[in-house]
Ligand binder design. Sequence first.
Ligand SMILES: [Zn+2]
Length: 292
Amino acid sequence: MEIIHHGAVNGVTGSCHQLKISESESLLIDCGLFQGLEARQDLGIEFDISAVRALLVTHCHIDHVGRIPYLLAAGFTGPIYASEATAALLPLVIEDALKLGVTEDEQLVATCLRLIRQQLVPLPFKHWQTLDKFSTAVRFRLQRAGHILGSAYIEIDVGQGKQAQRVVFSGDLGAPYTPLLPAPKPPYKADTLVIESTYGDTLHQGRKTRSKRLKEVIEKAVRDNGVVLIPAFSIGRTQELLYELEQIIHSAPKRSFWQDIEVIIDSPMAANFTSEYRRFKSLWDQEAKARG
Ligand SMILES: [Zn+2]
């Protein structure tokens, strides 16, 4: 067994890991786009995919899934496994990425989306999925990662019974006490752990402090007759912000400006995702469920 990292090695985007089980049998975990300062001109898949039997997707941020169209263009016809929520979100993300960054050719976009929908296999969390036609036993399961809706870390067992080696791919992990989603539970065990560390060198502020600061910033802006513009990722961050704003408005005095404040989401995709977040209420944490 061997692990080859095709992305997120010298930087933090382009996540794409190949788990080689034998010379002719591989799994791919994520197939992300290089973004920002790490962006590349040539987006084609630069490695041999003839041995890749299946793609396992941790979550649908573009730096984890953005090169799936290129993987399909390179001839990948295997299954794309993802959690149920990720499977619902993935076509929306890819459609948006293709239309904004790649092509205006509607036909091409439609073909790509059709292939993705055909190859997608939605899986429930915690369900051991066995992969057939490998020279040894291979199974995997998705566990909740608490990062964005549908996000998972993946446990893969390679080999039979007690000889099995467990490889865990973290994907992106949510911090504890974030709004909306429950914190991830650690895996029971791992022989090999591949962990993403985008904010590994940063200490986050606590949720209470962040919420208090947000409130103060908006109150100051209102006093100054100003407007607050917040750039935010359309998947995950926007919904967390809306959730926190709702809480601030809810707990503010009844006759304050908060009751009339206007919140505008200037992004059709973010609005689509907010609907999807509502639809998958079963994945919310206890606090969010209680608030409804
Ligand atoms: Zn992510």
